[in-house]
Design a protein around this ligand. Structure first.
Ligand code: ZN
Length: 430
């Protein structure tokens, strides 16, 4: 039921909007989410702001774009398909001949009826995207010196904004799970309206539940949005984020797949593996070397957040990827439900994990706390020697849950749990 509600919103309200990394279509998408979630925040970064090695680009708005033939027929129009225009095209109004026009028409020779999705955010350029079939027809119908009127009504605002959305669900703990998805693709369903739809369904579920950890949902323009967000919130993220996922291409019903973190050894990786197992889902894994979304930023050196990626069929692995065939024939409620199920279970798994963190830098002084003595008297850890306290604390670095610590220090999980409670009572853990 949860997915169904947002499937409709995605399909009928969001799909037709002309999104990009900035501009009205993206803002409208965020406003639709806000309308459905009290407490959802639409925030922004100012154009031209420097973020790490990047600069936020100007805000781009497009009101219309079309090509007229010599008979004044509109042969291509943005109003028919948002993919017809290269994202961030500069404004143009001029007459050109067919031979010149053909160089500005982009198509996919292997997919005759598909309109490709192309952007040029950082190089000033312009162009139209059309189907291969259309391009061929054009060559047949007109002479090479026939004139065409090309019009692109776009604007760049250097005092503009790059909008993004954030939804924070406060849990019992400040430690948080980060779910990030991207909002910059125009009328494409799997990549990545599916991520937006599944995120909303997850927000609804976790917002009506008492969670141990806090959960933060981000809706960012890909790459520049995550870089800007990280640059603004790095300390908070490093302090609080214990796990999380990028949701990308989670709406087709063909495969289940994922990409673990760089070393595949974080709590998020464990929780995701467990989720597939619990749900009895067969899945494919992709190497981090095949990354393509915001894990590129979240997992990069100096940031190193434990963020894995959840997909149905991964970007670049389906023929509809980045072209007009990526629509709601490819994405279905059933497909989205599958993505939702895996993400929900993975988040639940992280939420239920006990992830102890030692309160002290370097070893705490056990002697002054009388812990050696206490330990033998209370027999808290089934006659294990007191070194187990220090072993436990060594691995209580916020990156391991009780199960992993148990493995590292060669103790049964049950005994490790007892030790955890003991150390908590002794005020040695966060
Ligand atoms: Zn994409």
């Amino acid at each position: 039921m949860t997915v169904k509600q947002f499937f409709k919103i995605g399909k009928y309200e969001m799909y037709p909007l002309c999104r990009s990394i900035s501009g009205k279509g993206t803002l409208k998408t965020l406003e639709i989410i806000k309308r459905n979630f009290q407490g959802f925040k639409i925030k922004n970064f100012k154009s031209q702001k420097k973020v790490f090695d990047w600069k936020i680009p100007s805000q781009w708005e497009i009101s219309d774009a079309y090509i007229l033939d010599k008979y004044n027929n509109k042969i291509v129009s943005l109003k028919n398909n948002n993919l017809h225009i290269i994202g961030y095209s500069i404004p143009i109004k001029k007459e050109i001949s067919l031979d010149k026009l053909l160089k500005k028409l982009y198509s996919l020779p292997n997919l005759k009826d598909a309109i490709p999705y192309i952007t040029s955010y950082y190089n000033k350029s312009w162009g139209f995207c059309v189907s291969e079939r259309f391009k061929k027809k054009l060559k047949k119908k007109y002479k090479i010196k026939d004139k065409f009127q090309v019009v692109i009504q776009s604007k760049f605002n250097s005092n503009g904004k790059l909008n993004y959305g954030e939804f924070y669900i406060k849990g019992k703990l400040k430690k948080e799970i980060l779910i990030s998805t991207y909002i910059c693709h125009p009328s494409l369903a799997n990549d990545n309206l599916s991520g937006i739809i599944v995120s909303m369904a997850l927000m609804k579920f976790f917002n009506s539940r008492k969670n141990n950890k806090s959960i933060r949902f981000l809706f960012l323009p890909e790459t520049i949005g995550s870089i800007a967000y990280i640059s603004k919130n790095l300390d908070m993220l490093k302090k609080n984020v214990i796990g999380g996922y990028i949701l990308s291409c989670v709406g087709d019903d063909k495969n289940h797949s994922c990409m673990f973190t760089k070393y595949g050894n974080t709590i998020s990786d464990d929780a995701l593996r467990e989720a597939y197992k619990q749900k009895k889902i067969k899945y494919k894994t992709y190497s981090f070397l095949h990354r393509g979304s915001d894990e590129r930023q979240f997992c990069s050196p100096g940031i190193e957040l434990p963020i894995a990626s959840i997909f149905r069929t991964k970007y670049g692995e389906f023929k509809e990827y980045h072209n007009s065939l990526d629509d709601f024939k490819l994405v279905s409620q059933k497909g989205l439900n599958g993505g939702y199920k895996v993400a929900k279970q993975s988040i639940l798994n992280i939420d239920s994990k006990i992830i102890p963190t030692s309160k002290y830098i370097c070893e705490p002084q056990l002697g002054k706390r009388g812990l050696y003595k206490l330990l033998s008297e209370k027999n808290v850890i089934d006659n294990q020697d007191c070194w187990k306290i220090l072993d436990f604390l060594q691995y209580a670095d916020g990156k391991n849950d009780i199960n992993r610590i148990a493995k590292y220090i060669n103790l049964k999980t049950k005994v490790t749990k007892k030790l955890y409670h003991f150390l908590q009572d002794e005020n040695l853990l966060h």
